[in-house]
Write a protein that binds this ligand. Structure first.
Ligand code: NAD
Ligand code: DAU
Length: 350
């Protein structure tokens, strides 16, 4: 039985990856290592919890000793590393946390894998999940490819870029069997409502203002989270060591256009008059260092490994809205307590 460590499995994307692997590979033992920060929620994995090939490990990737002991004890065959601080706005107010978790945490995992796999690297794999934000920003033309130079602008993207460099360095220097993917913006069920789509769904529910940064002209390339999970599956199993793959759905939206679609779908689902939710749109102070446009060229992944996204955006956004409306308890649970302080700090003076 192969033992696979998935870090950050209680978070948004991680929970979809854990579910896919646990259900698809009954011959794998899946370990979900998560610190359960504000973004980690075991509710996301209720259906997976009883499965015999699934195990949750409460722990912190920044704890070097704990990580090494865990690797010594469990002798993992593979690692899929998603644990991170993931929200750009939080990185602007608290960059140090991003350095510690995203950079040092990743290096701790690399060191443990290097020590435990030394001389036995054959068949092992360290898969680092990264973001398109490491490439910086695009103008109106062009796409990020796997050879686009790194040019991060936020503390979040700088920390992810740094961790990517460490992963490649461990491949080059120590022969660690590493692989990286860089994905565009994900959306779908279980995303913490600090990110655009779930934040706006939640605000529409309560008729709260929809805080659009700047003029709403920034462009993001959106991928349904389950399609990211299937790409991770394909890359983990079929990609070559040392490779990088971009993941994206060729699905660019200007923020304000996406927000209008979201408002329309929400009005329909909530039985409100058309145009009701759009009235909540409020332009607020722009995000500092706000990247204008992200757009991913995922043709390498499609061509070499045969992956393609399964959903059109309209279908994905409807599925997403349906999920949040059917899971209002989940939404209420994660937006109580500390969330209220976060919201006041982030949006109080904008
Ligand atoms: P998330 O914030 O929803 O989840 C992160 C998870 O990591 C949480 O469960 C949290 O508890 C855990 N975690 C944080 N610090 C930890 C620590 N010190 N030790 C152990 N666990 C810890 O993030 P997400 O949006 O699911 O993103 C997952 C990964 O994918 C990140 O590496 C992110 O950079 C990358 N990514 C995200 C997107 C996106 O659109 N969300 C796109 C591309 C890449
Ligand atoms: O591109 C991949 C990245 O996508 C991931 O690496 C990050 O982890 C993930 O958070 C996401 O980053 P973004 O900054 O693009 O996502 P966010 O949902 O925060 O914002 C999307 C766009 O919406 C961005 O242009 C900022 C804007 N925005 C966001 C919020 C939260 C607003 O206008 N208002 C808001 O309140």
């Amino acid at each position: 039985m192969k033992k696979i460590l998935i870090t950050g499995g209680a978070g948004f994307i991680g929970s979809h990856v854990v579910r896919l692997f646990v259900n698809k590979y009954s011959d794998y033992q899946i370990y979900n290592l998560d610190k359960l920060t504000y973004a980690g929620n075991l509710e996301n994995l209720k259906d997976v919890e009883p499965k015999s090939n699934y195990q949750f490990v409460l722990g912190d990737i920044t704890d070097e000793k704990f990580i090494l002991e865990l690797f010594q004890k469990e002798q993992f065959d593979g690692v899929i590393h998603l644990a991170a601080e993931s929200h750009v706005d939080r990185s602007i107010t608290n960059p140090n946390e991003f350095v510690v978790t995203n950079v040092l945490g990743t290096v701790n995992l690399l060191n443990a894998a290097k020590a435990i796999w030394k001389g036995k690297e054959e068949g092992k794999r360290f898969y680092h999940i990264s973001t398109d934000e490491v490439y910086g920003t695009l103008g109106n033309e062009g796409l990020f490819t796997e050879v686009t130079s790194y040019d991060p602008h936020s503390p979040y993207s700088a920390s992810k870029a740094s961790s990517d460099h460490f992963v490649r360095a461990y491949g080059d220097t120590y022969g660690l069997p590493v692989i990286i993917s860089n994905c565009s913006n994900n959306y779908g069920p279980n995303q913490f409502p600090e990110k655009l789509i779930p934040l706006f769904i939640n605000n529409i529910r309560y008729n709260k203002p929809l805080p659009v940064y700047g003029k709403g002209v920034n462009v993001r390339d959106w991928l349904f989270v389950e399609d990211h999970a299937t790409a991770i599956d394909v890359i983990y199993h079929n990609g070559d060591n040392g490779e990088t793959f971009n993941i994206g759905g060729h699905n660019e939206w200007k923020n304000i256009d996406l927000i209008r679609v979201l408002c329309k779908v929400m009005d329909e689902k909530l039985g409100r008059e058309p145009g009701t939710s759009e009235k909540l749109i409020t332009y607020v102070t722009d995000r500092a260092g706000h990247d204008l446009r992200y757009a991913i060229d995922s043709s390498k992944l499609q061509r070499e490994l045969g992956w393609k996204p399964s959903l059109q955006f309209e279908e994905g956004i409807e599925k997403t809205v349906d999920w949040y409306l059917a899971n209002q308890e989940w939404l209420d649970g994660v937006t109580s307590g500390n969330y209220l302080n976060y919201y006041e700090n982030m949006y109080g003076n904008r």
